[in-house]
Design a protein around this ligand. Sequence first.
Ligand code: SF4
Length: 232
Amino acid sequence: MNIQAFKQYLELLKLSGIQDIYFKNNLLKEIEPNQKNNSKISRITPNNIKNLKEKYSNCSKCKLSTSRNHFVYGNGNPNADMMLIGEGPGADEDKTGNVFVGKAGQLLTKMLKAINIERDEVYISNIIKCRPPGNRNPHNDEVEACLPYLLEQIEIISPKLILLLGRVAAISLFHIDQTLKNYRQKPLYFQGIKTYITYHPSALLRNPHWKKPAWVDLQKVRDDYKGLTKET
Ligand code: SF4
């Protein structure tokens, strides 16, 4: 990220109400010469991402704060090479504060296992961090209010591969206007990170005939992910 783009990114976070910004040391090295007097910048390792979860847990930037039981930030390996991004918490996630713990979560764990990836290896998050009532799709203003948290997570974790689960995730990051099947298996790039899109596990539970195409998507992801782990 060049300095100009970085400044715009800081502005976006600031406008969204995020006051303290944390970066991996390698990024901080790049920006330090121009940012020496900025006392708001702190060093953080990906392992400290838990602190951010606590810090934001009382967020009230959108109306979903009034109906949620738990703020659901994300779970998994903060040093992951791959990040999975779903839509938002469901009833089980809202109850526990953890991502993908209900039936859809169990299916996701199985899907990962089927391509020899343990769930603990990856980091999993959602576009929005609080459950929309009745599991409705999040509204645009809610996505807009919440997205800075996800952008910050992506910045800190710096995954080499992203897998978007479902249309809401794809629309939120890429503003796509066609059906999901037009985007599957073709890598897109989000902030320079190779990104694939596949079906959300909840959609697979509702429409089991999509499991076959989802399996084809996963095999593609597996091949790319294996390539990454060989490189490192
Ligand atoms: S959905 Fe996001 S922006 Fe809205 S209250 Fe929850 S954490 Fe805050």
